[in-house]
Every structure is written in C-alpha cells, then in structure tokens.
Design a protein around this ligand. Structure first.
Ligand code: 3PG
Length: 208
C-alpha cells in the first residue's frame, strides 16, 4: 500500500514549493521557513542543482519536513530517496511511478484533478493527493466538487494558490494542506532575501 502523506504534528498545513538554482542556498532557505513557523518544504526537481540542494537540507536542517517535488520517473524516486527526503510530490502519476513510489516506502503525494484520475488513485490505495494546477481546474469550487462523490480523498491544491486564496482552499473539507511558491518566491531565493521569506512564512503560518 502507498504510504499516506502527513504534515508534521502541529505544523501549519502549508507546503512552500521552491525552485533552487544554487544548492548551497537550500539550508538557509529551510531555516528561514522554520523561523517563520513553516515546517515543510517541497524542493522541485526543476533545476540541475535540486538533488544537491535536497541533500544539503537533509544534512544541515533535518528538523524540516523535506519533500522533493516534480518527481516524474522511477529514477527520480531513487535519486531523491538517496538524497534523504521525507516525502515526494508529483504533478500526476503513472503506473511505473506508482510502483517505484510504493517500493520506496516514502509518503507520496501524487496529482489528480478529475474524478477518474482521483478514483484510479483511490483504487491503488491513495487517500491523499495533490490537486494541480488547482486554479486552472476550477479552484476551490472544483476541489470541493470532488468531495461529494469522493469523501475518502483529501487534497493539497497547488498552482495559483497564494496569500489571497489559501485560507479559502483550507476551509474546504477535502483540503488537508495547500502548497505554492508564494511563501518563498524564486527572486527572493536568488537574492538570498531570507528575511523576506521568513516574513512571508510567518504571514502564511498565521493564515490558519
Ligand atoms: C508548481 O508546481 O509550480 C507549484 O504548484 C507552484 O505553483 P504556484 O507558483 O502557482 O504557487
């Protein structure tokens, strides 16, 4: 059975989705998020340095709940597992990816937005899924719409989620967390503006 994803106990249900160009910035970024009250991070595999950033965060900031995002292939699963992640996130899922994720023993947050996709994942044993790209797929109304026929599933919407609508998503009964880049914007990471990220993290934590 797949391992369901859980936020750390008492953590705000918010997962910053980050793109890191310089691996050595990873630990400072993770510390800024923790200082602002955020306890999880999803480092996307969208830069050549992502795996190195993940490994550095895992070693230097073990107290953060560390996820790898944009996990697309079984190879990605092997690499991020070796780098020391606590969980994995994918925009969708494929049979090969499901088998690799299940074999890894790591919690896996796979994406689904239609009823058929969500039902297929439920058949495989998933109870928690990513809803991506959330805003382009009906936003809060689209997410809530899945809740009537599929009450056994709970989602983490990402894609177009931000300070303006995060609380509205979180109020949906089938939403267990939200994710997005607004807490740690790429330009703030690039310029090493940790204070700005800490402030955004504090603001995000206080949404709930
Ligand atoms: C993504 O995968 O890029 C995330 O969902 C972030 O989306 P956002 O930039 O709209 O928050």
């Amino acid at each position: 059975m797949p391992v369901p994803f859980e936020m750390p106990d008492g953590a705000p249900p918010i997962i910053p989705v980050v793109v890191i160009d310089e691996a050595e910035k990873g630990p400072a970024l993770a510390r800024a998020l923790l200082a602002g009250g955020i306890q999880a991070i999803e480092v996307t595999l969208r830069t050549p340095t992502a795996a190195e950033a993940i490994a550095l965060i895992a070693t230097e900031v073990p107290e953060i709940c560390l996820g790898a995002g944009t996990v697309i292939t079984p190879d990605d699963v092997q690499h991020v597992r070796a780098a020391g992640v606590d969980f994995m996130v994918s925009p969708g899922c494929t049979p090969r990816l499901h088998h690799a994720a299940e074999a890894s023993g790591l919690p896996f947050l796979a994406g689904a937005v239609t009823a058929s996709e969500a039902m297929a994942m439920q058949e495989l044993g998933y109870t928690r899924l990513k809803y991506f790209p959330a805003d382009a797929n009906g936003g809060v109304a689209g997410l809530k719409g899945l809740g009537g026929p599929l009450p056994g599933l709970s989602f983490c919407p990402t894609g177009g989620v931000g300070a303006k609508n995060a609380a509205e998503y979180l109020a949906a009964p089938n939403c267990f967390a939200v994710g997005g880049s607004w807490v740690a914007p790429a330009d703030a990471i690039r310029s090493g503006d940790w204070q700005r990220i800490e402030d955004l993290a504090r603001e995000a934590s206080s949404l709930v």
